[in-house]
Design a protein around this ligand. Structure first.
Ligand code: BG6
Length: 488
């Protein structure tokens, strides 16, 4: 999959938060790393009347606050911004887009990537306008990002607006977790090494934990978040995508269809819940005022723009099962929450204890091997093993030690690609492997919708937890009931 030699990127919502915070810094880093096609242009589109100089000032301000700023170089910045132009127009208007096409986008030999960095409410009208403006060609691609609906039905409706106009191969649905370096490393770890695969099943694995913990609250996004909650905002997409990569069967090759077929199979094997299972298997939480990073922080319902009462969950945990041969009986504990004690995302694969200990005085059976894949803040992979403490003690004292499997920092500091760099480049070179196919999104919604319906039916409300803690006590009980604990 090669980059085309000439490509245009049209960003609708070109002056919005996503574009400024994520897309331009990532594009600059790609440009500086010589990863973009030589003949590459970016058209930022927004309804606002912003002069080019003012637009570039904003781009620069956000860039300076980004990780990519470590790679700033005057000359590269100058070249990059000379390819980035702002266009004040209404992207739902076919006439306005047709004018842009006539002026600058008329060459059908150039690839065209349209990035909808807008709320889904205007996906339909923008796609229609793109089509009527004559911009849908076989080398056009469209990129969209969550929230893709609030349930299966609304997803299908949004999706139809895209697929009525574009073929599935042209639609790139971003889940930015799939662009994270360690997440891709997970594929390498599982499928480019021999030692794990024979152990990667219910015979040797006791349980798997996936945690995405955030120390931040919902500051500034209360209204959006209140309509979503942790299940829709994090579980349906990021957590389930991580689960897929951990649990899927080895694909026959790294082709997009093969990988996505295997992920889909995992989603379709997720065990549905019953109402009587809710109490012991699902935890909802909502934070109240507490302390985060040494500072007092308000509760969820006291955040800026909040309403006094809300039943939206800011914490969600579940004990899930994948009903297939490989994973029968292995619990997958998933949890995510805002305003937790620390910001970290981690996958922990906990192996079963050895069947018999020859170290009777050591608690070998209580210290299982663990493979810990950390996605953030640092990206590391370690294997916790039992190891002898050096010395002459006749009792052979043991301790757990972590074998660091992380990769050496081979490149300059700050050069680990950000998720958006990887994903933007993959769209340009037409590689959809790390993007979510529509049937995957649909299957994930089916599972989440079913649980949501049970919760609503049972009138289950979130348990309060103090900001800066590890979430509701029921989340501790969720794993403690099985004689286990979260790794924190
Ligand atoms: C987004 C959610 O998709 O992911 C946010 O909408 C969340 O609520 C964010 O904060 C987390 O992403 P990351 O990469 O910072 O872990």
């Amino acid at each position: 999959m090669q980059s085309p030699t000439a490509c245009d990127l049209l960003i609708v919502g070109g002056e919005g938060d996503l574009a400024l915070r994520k897309l331009y810094p990532a594009l600059y880093a790609l440009w500086r790393g010589n990863c973009l096609p030589e003949d590459f242009r970016i058209f930022a589109v927004s309804r606002r009347e912003t002069p080019q100089a003012e637009f570039l000032r904003q781009v620069r301000n956000w860039f300076d606050a980004s990780q990519a700023a470590q790679q700033f170089e005057e000359n590269a910045w100058h070249q990059f911004t000379s390819r980035l132009t702002f266009h004040s127009l209404d992207a739902t208007s076919p006439e306005a887009l047709a004018l842009l096409r006539e002026e600058t986008l008329n060459d059908s030999g150039r690839h065209l990537v349209v990035y909808l960095a807008t709320p889904p409410a205007i996906f339909g009208p923008v796609c229609e306008a793109i089509k009527r403006a004559g911009l849908v060609r076989s080398n056009t691609r469209i990129v969209v990002e969550k929230p893709l609906g609030a349930d299966r039905d609304s997803f299908l409706q949004i999706n139809r607006q895209l697929t009525d106009i574009f073929e599935e191969r042209q639609v790139y649905r971003i889940d930015h977790y799939l662009g994270k370096e360690t997440v891709q490393n997970l594929l390498a770890l599982r499928f480019a090494n021999m030692f794990l695969e024979p152990l990667w099943n219910s015979k040797y694995i006791d349980n798997i934990q996936i945690t995405v913990a955030e120390s931040l609250g919902v500051t500034g996004r209360w209204e959006f978040y209140d309509g979503a909650g942790a299940m829709r905002d994090m579980l349906q997409n990021h957590l389930l995508q991580l689960l897929c990569l951990i649990a899927m069967e080895p694909p026959a090759h790294l082709e997009p269809t093969a990988v996505r077929n295997e992920k889909l199979k995992v989603l379709s094997c997720l065990r549905p819940l019953r109402e009587d299972m809710l109490r012991d298997n699902v935890v909802l939480g909502q934070y109240v005022a507490g302390t985060s990073g040494g500072q007092s922080v308000p509760g969820y319902c006291e955040e800026e723009g909040a309403q006094a009462q809300s039943r939206t969950e800011t914490f969600f945990a579940i004990k899930a099962h994948i009903d297939n041969w490989r994973w029968a009986g292995v619990p997958f504990y998933l949890r995510t929450g805002k305003r937790l004690q620390r910001q970290f995302s981690e996958i922990v694969v906990e192996f079963k204890p050895v069947p018999h200990s020859i170290f009777p005085e050591q608690r070998v059976m209580d210290a299982p091997n663990r493979l810990v894949i950390r996605l953030q803040p640092d990206e590391t992979i370690s294997l916790e093993l039992m190891n002898k403490v050096a010395g002459l003690d006749v009792k052979v004292p043991l301790r757990t030690a972590a074998l660091d499997l992380s990769f050496p920092e081979e490149n300059e500091p700050g050069s680990t690609p950000d998720a958006y760099q990887r994903l933007l480049l993959d769209v340009i070179r037409e590689n959809p492997t790390l993007f979510v196919r529509s049937d995957e999104v649909e299957e994930a919604w089916k599972w989440v919708d079913q649980i949501r319906a049970l919760l609503d039916n049972a009138g289950k409300t979130p348990e309060k937890y103090t900001a800066g803690s590890w979430g509701p006590t029921a989340a501790v009980a969720l794993v403690a009931r099985d004689g286990r604990s979260w790794r924190e």
